[in-house]
Design a protein around this ligand. Structure first.
Ligand code: AMP
Length: 354
């Protein structure tokens, strides 16, 4: 790509206004950039730490144009940004582009994409109509998980199916479902990579990720031996995916470590919750390297600063007990500034290194 690197003072646009955007904006500020957040939600914890905020619908063409004309580069922190309005952004402004969004927004397309690259997702079947529910469950078997094809995150839009009659009364939404067989795994892990404009790829160490109720609760290093033994294969797949997508920036692939090797779960075309530990635990954080890649700067070292590290998510109403978190002087506390602490809502995280 021939675009010059962004100079200090330039404005980076971020589509999406949540905590990932907030931490991206803080890293961008460290490198001397300003951030302009675009989000349809008026309460934006990213906007709280950014120079500018446009609160408008994704489909507001005038607002999107004005936003684009203010930014030297634009990226996203949220994979469900609708793709159609982004076609108005002129060539090269959006990094990574729209293709990673198109693939990651549709669980069925994402699984087929990974299979074409030689990867192995859980057994699955698409369900487009109510009449296809029983056949999909018969084909894949039980137990399994019915998932919405679009707009699912943090375990939302998912239902366990225990028996062949488990879909009785279920209605298939217009955007469809995917039925997945339940994977018996020893551990879950993620591969987080960054790819530069020049195609250089670097990986952070893979953490073991522990989920509770479909939400990430903890990421920890070192990962158990079964994960360590499967990281090379998982990295090779993630790198092929990034190359196929012409990806620039940080990308995450989540895997199940099983007795027969890594099983692909899903990909996120963005910085990821299981990489928050890199702020204190790696030479260069996922947020800084994403900003560097988007800005066309050289990538930073992704090496871990310690072999031992734990990142705990702070979820729900109990999360804001600062005195308790800070009673450990080695704890790095991050609160996202969300006013309302609802059950299941990610309010912050705590990282302990070493
Ligand atoms: P997802 O939003 O699809 O990543 O699902 C959230 C979490 O639910 C995953 O991290 C797993 O802990 C669990 N999960 C999802 N799909 C499966 C599956 N096919 N087999 C076993 N566990 C699953």
């Amino acid at each position: 790509m021939s675009n010059p690197a962004l100079t200090a003072g330039a404005t980076i646009g971020i589509l999406g206004g949540g905590q990932l955007g907030r931490m991206l904006a803080m890293s961008a500020a460290q490198l001397g950039y300003r951030c302009h957040i675009y989000s349809p939600e008026k309460d934006s914890v990213a906007a709280d730490v950014a120079a500018k905020f446009t609160c408008a619908s994704w489909h507001d063409k005038a607002a999107m144009q004005a936003f684009a004309s203010d930014c030297a580069a634009i990226t996203y922190e949220f994979e469900n940004v609708p793709v159609a309005p982004l076609s108005a952004l002129s060539g090269g402004l959006l990094t990574p582009g729209t293709l990673p969004l198109e693939v990651a927004q549709d669980r069925y397309r994402e699984k087929r994409f990974i299979e074409q690259l030689g990867g192995r997702p859980a057994p699955y079947a698409p369900v487009d109509h109510d009449t296809e529910l029983d056949e999909a469950i018969r084909q894949v078997g039980t137990p399994g998980i019915m998932k919405t094809r679009r707009d699912g995150y943090d375990g939302k839009g998912q239902w366990r199916v225990e028996t062949s009659a488990g879909a009785a009364g279920m209605r298939v939404p217009e955007s469809g479902l995917v039925y997945e067989g339940l994977v018996h795994f020893d551990a879950e892990f993620s591969v987080i990579l960054v790819r530069s404009r020049l195609g250089e790829v670097r990986f952070w160490d893979s953490t073991r990720n522990i989920h509770e109720n479909g939400i990430l609760a903890r990421s920890e290093l070192p990962a158990p031996a079964i994960v360590a033994g499967q990281v090379a294969e998982a990295r090779a797949l993630a790198q092929r995916a990034a190359e196929e997508l012409g990806y620039v920036g940080v990308m995450t692939c989540e895997f199940f470590a099983t007795s027969t090797g890594p099983v692909f779960n899903e990909m996120a075309p963005r910085v990821h919750n299981s990489g928050h530990w890199t702020i204190e635990g790696a030479v260069t954080s996922q947020f800084e390297n994403h900003v560097r890649a988007v800005a066309g700067l050289p990538l930073g070292d992704t090496a871990s600063l310690s072999a031992r590290m734990v990142m705990d998510n702070l979820i729900g109403p109990d999360a804001l007990d600062m005195a308790r978190h800070l009673s450990d002087p080695a704890a790095h506390l991050h609160l996202y500034g969300k006013a309302e602490a609802r059950a299941g809502r990610k309010m912050g995280h705590v990282t302990r290194v070493g």
